[in-house]
Design a protein around this ligand. Structure first.
Ligand SMILES: Nc1ncnc2c1ncn2[C@@H]1O[C@H](COP(=O)(O)OP(=O)(O)O)[C@@H](O)[C@H]1O
Ligand SMILES: [Mg+2]
Length: 361
C-alpha cells in the first residue's frame, strides 16, 4: 500500500530548480533515504512534503489524499532535524508528551505513551532531565520520541545524525532503523553520508541537482549503479575503459573479458566499465609480462579482514583492489612490484556514460 506518493514534483527558487520533476511511491512502513551532496535539493523536498513550502507543479499524496492546501499542522507528519530543536524549558518527558498535550489527550494516556517511547529510545531514568543536561545523542533520541508520540504515518528526518560524533552516529543508525521498523511508521530520511544510507535504508534515492538519478535497494545500487554518478557516489569504484574487440569481447586495459555490449551500447568502440575493488584479484607474475594485464603496486592499507591495495595499470590509470588479508600476505608484494590482475566479468558493470578525454589520458 502506498503511503506517500510524489508525482512529478517541481520546486524552483528563481533560476534554480531545487526539485526537478521527481516521482516515487513509498510503501507503508518503508525506510527510504534521499542521498546526495549538499545543495542537491534534499531538504527542499522534505519541506514540500511537510508543507513548509509550496510546489510549483506536480502533486504529493499522503495515504491517498492530495495534501495541497493542507497546512503543516494538519498533515500529521513527524520531523527530526539536525539541530535537535527540543524545548529547552521542558524535561525529557515534557518534550516527548508535548504533541499529546496539545491534542488534549487524557493525562494517564500521555503518561503511558511517554513511558513507552522513553523505553523504546532507551532513555529510562532520564525523564526529568532538561535538554542541556543531555548529550547530543540523547537529545536526538528525545527528538525522535517526540516526533513519534502522536503515531504519525510519516516521519521525516533531515540529517539527524550529522551533528554527532562518529561513534554515536554509528550506534544511533541501527537504533533509528529499529524504532522505525518497530512502530511501522514510514520514514523519509535525508543524508549526504553513503554509509548511513547503505546501512539504514530499504531503498535509497540518489539525488543530483534536484533529480532522482537512481532508486533501489542498497545492494542493487551498489552492485548495479545505473551510471557513473551513482558508481562514484556509492562505494569505491574503479572506472576503466573497455574497448570493443569485435569478437564480442571487451578489452579492458589489456585484459580480454567475455562481455557482450548490451543493445543500448551496441556500436560503441569504447565503454566505461565499473569494477569494485573486491572484484579484482591479483596473481604473481610468472615469466614475461609482455601484453599481459599488469598492475604496478603503489601502496597497501590494512583494514582488518581485507587489505586495500592501490596500484597503477599499464595505461597509467589507478586501480584499487581489496584482497583478503591472508591472500595479500601470501602474495608478498611490495610497492614497485608487479602483479597480474583479473576481474570476474560477472562483476564488470558497463556504464552508459560516454568515455571522456580525461580518462583516455
Ligand atoms: N529558500 C530558498 N531560497 C532560495 N534558494 C533556496 C532556498 N532553499 C534552498 N534553495 C536552493 O535550492 C537548492 C537545494 O537546496 P537544499 O534543498 O537545501 O539542498 P540539500 O538539503 O540537498 O543540501 C540549493 O541550490 C539552494 O541554494
Ligand atoms: Mg539539507
Amino acid at each position: 500500500m502506498t503511503r506517500l506518493k510524489l508525482d512529478k514534483v517541481v520546486k524552483r527558487f528563481g533560476a534554480v530548480t531545487a526539485v526537478d520533476e521527481v516521482s516515487i511511491d513509498i510503501a507503508a512502513g518503508e525506510f527510504v533515504t534521499l542521498l546526495g551532496a549538499s545543495g542537491c535539493g534534499k531538504t527542499t523536498l522534505l519541506r514540500l512534503v511537510a508543507g513548509f513550502a509550496a510546489l510549483d507543479s506536480g502533486a504529493i499524496a499522503l495515504e491517498g489524499q492530495d495534501v495541497a492546501g493542507l497546512p503543516p499542522a494538519c498533515r500529521n507528519i513527524g520531523f527530526v532535524f539536525q539541530s535537535y530543536a527540543l524545548f529547552p524549558h521542558m524535561t525529557v518527558a515534557g518534550n516527548i508528551g508535548f504533541a499529546l498535550r496539545l491534542r488534549r489527550r487524557p493525562r494517564a494516556e500521555i503518561a503511558d505513551r511517554v513511558a513507552q517511547l522513553v523505553a523504546m529510545v532507551h532513555l529510562e531514568g532520564l525523564e526529568a532531565r532538561y535538554p542541556h543536561e543531555l548529550s547530543g545523542g540523547q537529545q536526538q533520541r528525545v527528538a525522535l520520541a517526540r516526533a513519534l508520540a502522536p503515531a504519525p504515518p510519516l516521519l521525516l528526518l533531515d540529517e539527524p545524525l550529522s551533528a554527532l560524533d562518529a561513534k554515536i552516529r554509528a550506534a544511533l543508525r541501527a537504533e533509528i532503523r529499529a524504532v522505525v521498523k518497530r512502530t511501522g511508521v514510514t520514514a523519509l530520511y535525508v543524508t549526504h553520508d553513503q554509509d548511513e544510507a547503505l546501512s539504514m535504508s530499504d531503498r535509497i534515492v540518489v539525488m543530483d541537482q534536484g533529480r532522482f538519478v537512481q532508486v533501489g535497494a542498497p545492494i542493487e545500487l551498489y552492485a548495479r549503479p545505473a551510471n557513473r554518478f551513482v558508481a562514484n557516489f556509492l562505494g569505491t569504484s574503479n572506472l576503466l575503459i573497455g574497448e570493443a574487440a569485435g569478437d564480442g569481447r571487451l578489452v579492458i586495459e589489456r585484459h580480454a573479458v567475455d562481455l557482450a555490449l548490451p543493445t543500448a551500447l551496441a556500436g560503441r568502440k569504447r565503454v566505461l566499465v565499473c569494477v569494485r575493488p573486491e572484484h579484482v584479484s591479483l596473481e604473481p607474475v610468472l615469466g614475461s609480462v609482455n601484453g599481459t594485464p599488469i598492475l604496478t603496486i603503489l601502496d597497501s592499507a590494512f583494514l582488518g579482514q581485507t587489505v586495500r591495495v592501490t596500484g597503477r595499470l599499464a595505461s597509467g590509470a589507478p586501480l584499487a583492489v581489496d584482497l583478503p588479508a591472508e591472500r595479500w600476505q601470501t602474495l608478498a608484494l611490495a610497492p614497485g612490484d608487479r602483479a597480474l590482475w583479473t576481474i570476474d566479468p560477472r562483476h564488470a558493470i558497463l556504464l552508459p556514460d560516454a568515455v571522456d578525454m580525461a580518462e583516455e589520458g
